[in-house]
Design a protein around this ligand. Structure first.
Ligand SMILES: Nc1ncnc2c1ncn2[C@@H]1O[C@H](COP(=O)(O)OP(=O)(O)O)[C@@H](O)[C@H]1O
Ligand SMILES: [Mg+2]
Length: 266
């Protein structure tokens, strides 16, 4: 079995608001192996974003531990740059800088991490090519479509060659056809680069199409309720969508999520 890349141990996050304490994540234990593609799925508000924000050190856990490559990162006040640099974050909305060109937006991490070498410029060329964005590189965000913007969000997170990609519903705002196309592109990139992926979605088909394994989450408190390993061959293609085994997994996951919602109603 491959080594553990990301592991959490009894991870908790409570948000204290003026009116109440929100248990956003309760006792989450996840373990993701090097090169694995794992999805977090569950209804809105079950703590999916909170989990990956804690992994990326955007927010601090209330208690519990996070390990990256076996090293506990929760013991640091701010995690060291060399660990932070192992991660790339792809947001639901790419939030591009409108005054920068596509190419400059893609290269923003170079400014943050002060990477100035020629090799990185060539890598940006490669990434633009891989994502079919070469022809847009000198355009500004206002001039391009949502699908193109989301591609920029994806490769922007990869410029500094992260070993881990954390994706927070990256294609949730797109139409189904564009999403499926980008899903397949993500699989290509993942295969080429061998990154470890945590992918958040509330779309069951998308989770099954992409993942090796899925953690199902429920609300109130936000927690992991199930873990399902998907025994489906790779490389995956959209033909999988019509296969019995694929549909059975989708039905199983839908049922898991449904049960969680029922409990919430009670
Ligand atoms: N900064 C915050 N302050 C207060 N509550 C928050 C904050 N961020 C998230 N929450 C709450 O924590 C819960 C989990 O949120 P989130 O992780 O965004 O869920 P998901 O991504 O699964 O939709 C929700 O009830 C949400 O309202
Ligand atoms: Mg979210």
């Amino acid at each position: 079995m491959k080594a553990s890349k990301i592991r959490t141990e009894n991870l908790n996050k409570v948000f204290h608001t003026r009116h109440q304490d929100i248990y956003a994540v309760k006792d989450a234990n996840i373990d993701i192996r090097v090169g694995e593609f794992v999805s977090l799925i569950g209804p809105s508000g079950c703590g999916k974003s909170t989990i990956i924000r804690m992994i990326d050190d955007i927010i601090k856990p209330t208690s519990g531990s996070i390990y990256i490559d076996g090293k506990e990162i929760t013991s640091y006040k701010r995690i060291p740059k060399e660990i932070n640099q192992k991660m790339g974050f792809i947001f639901q909305l790419p939030n591009l800088f409108p005054w920068l060109t596509v190419r400059e937006n893609v290269g923003i991490a170079c400014r943050i991490y002060k990477i100035r070498d020629e090799r990185t410029q060539r890598y940006i060329d490669e990434l633009l090519e891989m994502a079919g964005l070469t022809e847009y590189q000198n355009a500004y965000p206002a001039e391009i479509s949502g699908g193109v913007m989301q591609r920029i969000g994806v490769i922007r997170a990869m410029v500094h060659k992260p070993e881990i990609l954390l994706m927070d519903e990256p294609f949730g705002a797109l139409d189904a056809m564009t999403r499926e196309k980008l899903d397949m592109e993500i699989l290509d990139i993942w295969k080429k680069l061998g990154t470890t992926v945590i992918f958040i979605t509330h779309n069951v088909e998308e989770a099954v199409l992409l993942s090796d394994r899925v953690y199902v989450m429920g609300t109130n408190p936000g927690r992991i309720t199930r873990e399902i390993t998907l025994d489906l061959e790779r490389p995956r293609s959209l033909d999988l969508l019509t296969e019995r085994k694929f549909q059975d997994y989708c039905a199983e996951l839908t049922e898991c999520i449904g049960h969680v919602d029922l409990r919430k109603v009670k």
